[in-house]
Every structure is written in structure tokens, then in C-alpha cells.
Design a protein around this ligand. Sequence first.
Ligand SMILES: N=C(N)NCCC[C@H](NC(=O)CCC(=O)O)C(=O)O
Length: 430
Amino acid sequence: MREINFDGLIGPSHNYAGLSFGNIASARNAGAASAPRAAALQGLDKMRRMLALGLPQGLFLPHDRPDTGWLRALGFTGDDDAVCRAAWQQEPALLRNALSASAMWTANAATVSPAPDTADGRCHLSVANLSTMLHRSIEHEQTLRQLRLAFADERYFAVHPALPAGLGDEGAANFMRLGLSHAGRSLELFVYGERSARQPFPARQHRAASAAVARRHGLAQADLALVRQSDAAIAAGAFHNDVVAVANENVLFTHEQAFAERDEVYRTIRARLPEAVIVEAPAERVGLDAAVRSYLFNSQLVTLPGGDMALILPQEARDTPEVWAWLQDVKAADNPIRHLEVVDVRESMRNGGGPACLRLRVAVSEEAHAAIDPRFLLDEAACDRIAEVIERTWPERIAPGDLGEPGLWHQCRTARAALLSTLGFAAGEL
Ligand SMILES: N=C(N)NCCC[C@H](NC(=O)CCC(=O)O)C(=O)O
């Protein structure tokens, strides 16, 4: 078994519209000018770094934006330009939603239970409905189409559509798997949030949604834990659990205040997996604010081919002195984390999306790996071809007023079409 990270390529419409209430970075940067070309190249460089570390790397494609089908369903009529123009004049917020490049954060695309954990021995993927945020609730249809193409071989994969919108589901960002190795049957931890009077922000992952996904995937009761996120974490801006915790094989890397019932969570993990190593940041060393600001826990925790683990951290973690100091202690201590790799994904970070938000993990056997549609898998040559398309077609800059410009709508479409054709997808296949 090996784990493949599928990164969302940052789409040509990447912008700062301040659409995500409860996401502090998104609110802080609302109205700023974005740099889609630089953003996409930053994301691609992260993928290249993973390849250079000897890890397999996959890719999901930007969605079709502006989503005129969605705008038509809201009553705007005419050709694509007429639909966008009317939306911009009458309800500019709706056009902003229809233009969001938020599908880049593929940790929210789906929840994935690898084959060793499921009743039928297949890898199950449930597309997330992302129903709490309007701009994200648009994603699931196109995500389903991509996953059904990428993981079409039903001998190895089962792809489920999104849950009904009443059950908020944000995918793998609220999910962790703990076991001896990727190949072993593992404990799947689903983390949900709950509304409370003390809590100013929405809890996007509902308990009933997590439970439904676990049922659909055919998990055994003993392999399942439903765990509540702490109110303090959500209030500090951890709108997804992967802003305060990440797991890989037998290691849980977490903030002390990530969970409502911390001791109980650790007991559950240790009872199921005595070999578990819990690396916890004490609040007195790293406050929740610093954790959220630096996105320390939104790093990718990966097992390198030699067996050591590495943290793929955002530059902001290095720039936050108390975080970087604590990381030196983690590296020196007795645990599998031996390497700190820093990546620059600033454009995505400014919308609250760190290294781990940009990727969906899929652990597969060698045969299942070979059954994945190769157009979704990357090597250096594919990265070069993608970089060429980005440099040639992605907008350099988007200011808030540009969102109403027909020139931008056209450029977003032609840039995506150029990418799809370069990667061998027929028009209309996605
Ligand atoms: N933590 C994980 N796994 N993902 C991060 C998602 C960031 C995303 N930001 C946004 O959607 C901002 C878009 C804007 O404001 O234009 C969100 O809040 O859903």
C-alpha cells in the first residue's frame, strides 16, 4: 500500500472574495487583489516537492468557472455572458460565489476509507456536500464527475455522491486515520463540530453526516470513533479539524485544545492502537491563535520511502517564532517525525488553505494504483506541461472589480480548456 496525495490545482479564477464566515484568513483578505498564476505555480511546486521526496502525487482539476449552470438554476437567462452580466448587476454576491476557485482545497472534496478498513475490501470515497458555505456547496457535482473518472474501476473503488444538504459534510478535513501502517486496518476518527452559545462561528461538520459516511463505507464499530471538536478551536478559527490536528500511520500530531474531550480521545486511540504516538503542542508553548495563524497543524504528515516521517509545513510556520521553536523540539524528541520541509503556498494561505487543505489522501494497493486513470497522476514531465499552460493562460492578477469583467470570465474558461486538452481530457468529459 502507498498513499497518494491528490492536490487540487489552483484555478484561474482564484480570488479573495471573503466568502467563508469563520475562516479568519478569508475574512482578513477580503477585497485584496489575488495572483492566480503565482498561486497555481506555488501549488504545483508543492506537488513537485512531494515527487522529489519520492512520494506518488496526483492531481484534481479546477472546476468550470464561472458556473453558469448554477446561475441559470437561480433564474438568470441567456447565453453565458448574459447570465454573468445579469448576476453581476442584480446579485454580485452570487457571481462571486459562481467564480470561486475553492475546489482547490481537495481535503474537502471527499472522505476516503482505504480498502483495509471497509467491509467489502474496496476503497470507498464519499463526495462532500460542503453545504454550510454557499460557494462550496456548488462543488460536489463536478467533484463527483472527476472522482468517477479517476476511480472508475469498481473492483477497487466505490465512489458515493454527496449526502443530503441538511447534513453538513466537509470531507477528509475532519477525518483522520490511525493504524500501524497505511496497509493495516486502521481506526478512523471522524471529527464533528457542534453549535453552542459560546461559539460565534458555524460548525461545518455535523455528527450525523460523519456517522452516515462511516456507515456507507462499511466500517466496523471497533474501527470507528466519532469525536467532537472543541468549541475553543472553532472559535479561534479552526473551521476544519485539520487546522488543529493531523495524523499519519501511528502518529497523531495535534494541538492540546483540538478536541472537546481530549483525554477520552487519547484513551480511545491508545486502546485501539497501543503503538500510537501522540505529539501534542501544549497551549502554553503554542497558543491556539498562533496555531491558526501559522497553520502549523495544516502541514502534511507523510511517511518517506525510508520510513521516517516528514512534516510539509507552510512558510508561515517558520515565520512564527514560538511555532518554529517548538518544531525544533519535536524534531529532536523521540518520535517518527525527523524532517521539516517548508513550502510556500501563500496565495492559498490567504484564503485559509494550507498545504494539507490542498490535498486529498488516497491509500491504495499497487494494483489499485495501476487502476487509477493516469491522467490524474503526475510525474515531472506532466508538471512541466502544466506549468507551461499556467504561465501562458492563467490571469496574473484579479482585483475585486475584475470579477464583473467579461474578459476575465472568458480567460477562466480558455485557461481551463487549455489545461484539460494538455492533460488529454476531451471537451465535456469533466
Ligand atoms: N481546512 C481545509 N481543509 N480547507 C481549507 C478551505 C478554505 C476555504 N476558503 C475559502 O473558501 C475562501 C474563499 C474566499 O473567501 O474567496 C474554506 O473556508 O472552505
